[in-house]
Design a binder for this molecule. Structure first.
Ligand code: UDP
Length: 379
């Protein structure tokens, strides 16, 4: 069975890397190739390096000031020769990026079967998140196999009249990646310069507030307001260490460095490679983020998360009580963070719940489903 796994950004790479490993454990059955669009470059390469994956095809499409239109066109065009060279039986795309959407279209034109990993997440608002809601919906229309991480995402797909037999509930591969990372980081002889540098820089006896943010819907006003809240928290709690690995997008990096640079207890640092980020999250007290993946990882590490967005396609963690949606209003961010910093009972109750996103066996289930799908096709 010929597999082509396509991804382009850091979060896709983290969540697809364990699937690459899973298929490659079975070389007698699967011939698996990896194609990266490199919609992100540096942050993607950090992940490939940690998971020890060298892409078979690298489209290297990241350009300064790239529009979504230009990127979409380039992905579809550049994938055509890759698809005709390898002629995959199955193409795997992940989540909700422009790479996901455009690769699905390209794979469909070339006649491959499309397997959408992390399928069925919805806000039901086509403008938020932009462009992710439409990217994942388009991939959902095209896909032949939908790997839904939870029952909720499966229900969303059923409501869109996707055939039940095309959906498989797998859990989220982010947990598979997290388990791989923890095993590797804790293995004998593993060293990591970034982790060592963090140990030097931070006082691990003082509380750490970990912050990440990147979403287009927060560009502009949203980030200005988030920065105001972080300034407020830094002043109110001089003992708190706010650590913010800043996303490389200039629309994020620009305002964040301008508004938060030079504050003693705010540590603005470049994006961390995945193992150092997970290490830092496991030592943090609270996580403040607009990221999808971080919300899914944090419950496994027992960390409460405040999500700086107005809507979420991940209601499971909100329901489970590990995540609170706080939006981007500066006062609300300060109020809710203060509650968690001061109320230990609330803190404990948010941090220690089960993770609704999986058990680390998502890739095994995806592989099992492909075998079954292929057998059905042959017989
Ligand atoms: N992450 C990382 N380094 C960082 C910040 C985040 O490796 O400095 C990881 C994090 O563990 C998670 C993923 O990147 O798995 C989340 O990516 P991002 O927030 O960019 O995208 P989203 O999940 O919102 O699509």
């Amino acid at each position: 069975i010929k597999n082509l796994i396509i991804f382009g950004t850091r979060p896709e790479a983290i969540k697809m890397a364990p699937l690459v490993h899973e298929f490659r454990k079975n070389p007698d059955i699967f011939k698996t190739r990896v194609c990266v669009t490199a919609q992100h470059r540096e942050m993607l390469d950090q992940v490939l390096d940690f998971f020890d994956i060298s892409p078979d095809y690298d489209l290297d499409l990241m350009k300064p000031n790239q529009t979504l239109h230009g990127l979409t066109a380039a992905i579809i065009t550049e994938l055509e020769p890759v698809l005709s060279d390898f002629q995959p039986d199955y193409v795997y795309v992940h989540g909700d990026t422009t790479t996901t959407m455009a690769s699905s279209i390209a794979a469909f034109y070339s006649g491959a079967k499309i397997c959408h990993v992390e399928a069925g997440l919805r806000t039901f608002n086509k403008h938020a998140p932009f462009p992710e809601e439409i990217n994942r919906s388009v991939a959902g229309v095209i896909a032949d196999i939908h790997c839904a991480p939870t029952q909720t995402s499966c229900d969303n797909l059923l409501r869109e009249n996707k055939p039940a037999e095309s959906i498989v509930i797998t859990g989220n591969t982010v947990i598979d990646a997290l388990q791989f990372s923890q095993l590797k980081v804790n293995s004998e002889g593993f060293t990591d310069d970034e982790i060592e540098a963090l140990k030097e820089r931070l006082d691990l006896d003082r509380r750490i507030l970990l912050v990440t943010g990147h979403r287009r819907e927060n560009h502009g006003e949203g980030f200005i307001s988030i920065c105001k809240a972080l300034r407020g928290l830094a002043e109110k709690y001089p003992d708190l260490q706010i650590v913010y690995p800043v996303h490389l997008n200039p629309k994020v990096k620009g305002p964040v460095y301008e508004l938060l640079g030079g504050i003693e207890n705010i540590h603005l640092i470049p994006p961390l490679a995945y193992p150092a980020f997970i290490w830092l999250m496991s030592r943090s007290h609270i996580v403040l983020t607009d990221s999808g993946g971080v919300q899914e990882e944090a419950p496994s590490l027992g960390k409460p998360v405040l999500v700086m967005r107005e809507t979420t396609e991940r209601p499971e963690a909100v329901k489970a009580g590990t995540v609170l949606l706080v939006g981007t209003d500066a006062d609300l961010i300060v109020t809710e963070t203060t509650k968690l910093l001061e109320d230990d009972t609330l803190y404990e109750s948010m941090g220690h719940r089960h993770n609704p996103y999986g058990d680390g066996k998502a890739c095994e289930r995806i592989l099992g489903h492909i075998l079954k799908d292929h057998a059905d096709e042959i017989t």
